[in-house]
Write a protein that binds this ligand. Sequence first.
Ligand code: MG
Ligand code: MG
Length: 248
Amino acid sequence: MISIKSKREIELMEIAGSIVYQTHQHIKPLIKPGANILDIDLEAEKFIISKGAIPSFKGYEGFPNATCISINEEVVHGIPTNRKLKKGDIVSIDIGANYKGYHGDSAWSYAVGKIDDDKKYLMEHTEKALWQGIKQVKPGARIGDIGYAIEKYANEHNLGIVRELCGHGVGNHLHEDPDVPNYGVLGTGAVLKEGMVIAIEPMLNLGSDDIVLEDNDWTVTTLDNKPSAHFEHTVLVTKDGYKILTGE
Ligand code: MG
Ligand code: MG
């Protein structure tokens, strides 16, 4: 069932989303060659707690850290360990915050120093694919419209689409109905209504669609080892469109 949020719930989710956004801004300056990703994770955790929230991911199905940090060919769910970023890496950081029981969820990919043109292309067009998806959101639109827009954009730019993982409803659970796939057919799927909140999160690859799960049972990487990018916002369906909860 897709929940419709009350005014009070939306207020809490606006705060949760804002904390996620602020956490991204807080850690952004730390993303540079030589940075230890575990330090970035710990700084994000400290910051989220300082804002009166708790990290949504820590302990979620046993995930050990506050953030997911995925480098280059890692698609999502990278576990922050003692590992240093290198010039030319791209790193996707996924952050969730739970404020008084309500979640915000946003992932962003960042360049570590100067990156090559292929990675630049991947990041630019994965972010644009996210905006293509977000632009579809309004009452009466369908979940399939979002996936269709993202898929079309990815295909036009010759990027692989991760199909096994998708966006999702957000609320007092981190993952709620509906699934929000990054592919779809226009005019199909659940109808969006005012008060629904969904996370839209294209994961696009420079190579093929295919992914593998690493031995740690968390980290997802591309099968061909080519880089992957991930951009995600938590979005509220409003009376006449949408409001991004995890943005400025
Ligand atoms: Mg998500
Ligand atoms: Mg996320």
